[in-house]
Design a protein around this ligand. Structure first.
Ligand SMILES: NC(=O)c1ccc[n+]([C@@H]2O[C@H](COP(=O)([O-])OP(=O)(O)OC[C@H]3O[C@@H](n4cnc5c(N)ncnc54)[C@H](OP(=O)(O)O)[C@@H]3O)[C@@H](O)[C@H]2O)c1
Length: 286
C-alpha cells in the first residue's frame, strides 16, 4: 500500500469540515442576524495554554465565529472565577464558553466546580456533568472535541469500528472516558489501559485499533503492535523544542494498515470540533 493511502489525514479533513461549517455559519447569520461567539477563559500565563487559546480563536475567526478572550490573573480567587463564568452564562451574545485547562496549580482542585458552573448549553468542551451523563446514554450532543475528532476521522476513512478490539491508553475525562462510550455505541470491544496497567504490551498487541494519548515520545514502538493495526496518535510532547506524538511513526509504519501523523492528525480535528460544538451551541440558543 502506498504511503499516502495509509495516512489518516486529520489536517486535510479538518480543513474540509471547517470550510463546510463556514458556509453553514454564513447562511445562519444571514437569516438570524446574530453572529456566533465563543468566550475563551484563560487563567494565568502558561505559554502552552496561551498558544492553544490563540490557535482556537484564530480558527474561529477564519470561519466566521467571533471570539472574546477573558484573560485572568493566575492569582484570581475561586469565587471571582466562578463569577466570571456566571457573567458569560448570562451574556446572550456569548454562545460557547471554553475554560482552558489545566488551571494554575492553586485552582486545580476546584476544576470540576468551575466546569459545573458553565451553563450546559454553552459547554463546548462537553465536560459539564449533564453533558457527560447524556453521553452515558449515547447522546453525543456535546462531547469533548478530541474523541469526536477521532471517531469522525475513522468514519471518514470508512474504517469499521463494529466488532473491533479497540485499545485506548488513557483514562482522562477529556480523551479516554468519553471514547469508551462513543466506541461502545459503535459496537467495539473496548479495553482501557493506564499507568497502573501491568504488561501493557499484552493489550497493545491485541489491538485492531490502538488509540494512544500518553504524552511520551516514542511510547509505542513496532514491537508493541500487531501487523495490520490502525493507530491513532493523540499525545503531544516536546522533544528538543520539537512537538512529537506518542508513536514511533517511522518504526511502526510498515506494520500499520492506517496511522495518523502527529502533528497533522488529531490536533486539527480537535480544533475543528470545538468550532462544530460552538456552532451547535449557537443553533440551540437561537
Ligand atoms: N492532539 C490533541 O488535540 C490533543 C487533545 C487532548 C490531549 N492531547 C494530548 O494527549 C495526551 C493526554 O492528554 P490528557 O489531557 O488526557 O492527559 P492525562 O490526563 O495526563 O492523561 C495521560 C494518560 O496516560 C496514562 N499514562 C501515563 N503514563 C503511562 C504509562 N507508562 N503506561 C500507560 N499509561 C500511561 C495516564 O494514566 P493514569 O490515568 O493512571 O495517570 C493517563 O490516563 C497529552 O499528551 C495531551 O497533550 C492532545
Amino acid at each position: 500500500m502506498g504511503k499516502i493511502l495509509k495516512i489518516l489525514n486529520g489536517k486535510e479533513l479538518a480543513l474540509k469540515l471547517n470550510l463546510e461549517l463556514k458556509d453553514k455559519i454564513s447562511s445562519f447569520i444571514k437569516t438570524s442576524g446574530i453572529n456566533p461567539k465563543l468566550a475563551a477563559v484563560l487563567v494565568g500565563d502558561d505559554p502552552a495554554s496561551k498558544l492553544y487559546v490563540n490557535i482556537k480563536r484564530k480558527t474561529c475567526s477564519e470561519i466566521g465565529i467571533g471570539s472574546i478572550l477573558v484573560d485572568l490573573d493566575k492569582n484570581i480567587t475561586k469565587s471571582k472565577l466562578l463569577d466570571e463564568i456566571e457573567k458569560l452564562n448570562k451574556d446572550k451574545s456569548v454562545h460557547g464558553i471554553l475554560l482552558q485547562l489545566p488551571l494554575p496549580r492553586d485552582l486545580q482542585p476546584y476544576t470540576s466546580e468551575f466546569i459545573e458552573q458553565i451553563d450546559p448549553i454553552k459547554d463546548v468542551d462537553g465536560l459539564h456533568p449533564i453533558n457527560r451523563g447524556k453521553l452515558f446514554d449515547y447522546n453525543e450532543d456535546f462531547v469533548p472535541c478530541t474523541p469526536k475528532g477521532i471517531i469522525t476521522l475513522l468514519e471518514h476513512y470508512n474504517i469499521e469500528i463494529q466488532g473491533k478490539n479497540v485499545v485506548i491508553i488513557n483514562r482522562s475525562n477529556l480523551v479516554g472516558k468519553p471514547l469508551i462510550f462513543m466506541l461502545l455505541k459503535r459496537n467495539a470491544t473496548v479495553t482501557v489501559c493506564h499507568s497502573y496497567t501491568k504488561n501493557l504490551d499484552v493489550y497493545t498487541k491485541k489491538a485492531d485499533i490502538l488509540i494512544v494519548a500518553v504524552g511520551k515520545s516514542k511510547f509505542i514502538t513496532k514491537e508493541k503492535v500487531k501487523e495490520g493495526v490502525i493507530i491513532i496518535d493523540v499525545g503531544i510532547s516536546r522533544e528538543n523544542g520539537k512537538l512529537s506524538g506518542d508513536v514511533d511513526f517511522e518504526g511502526v509504519f510498515d506494520k500499520c494498515s492506517w496511522i495518523t501523523p502527529n502533528p497533522g492528525g488529531i490536533g486539527p480535528m480537535t480544533v475543528s470540533f470545538l468550532l462544530q460544538n460552538t456552532f451547535n451551541a449557537y443553533k440551540k440558543q437561537l
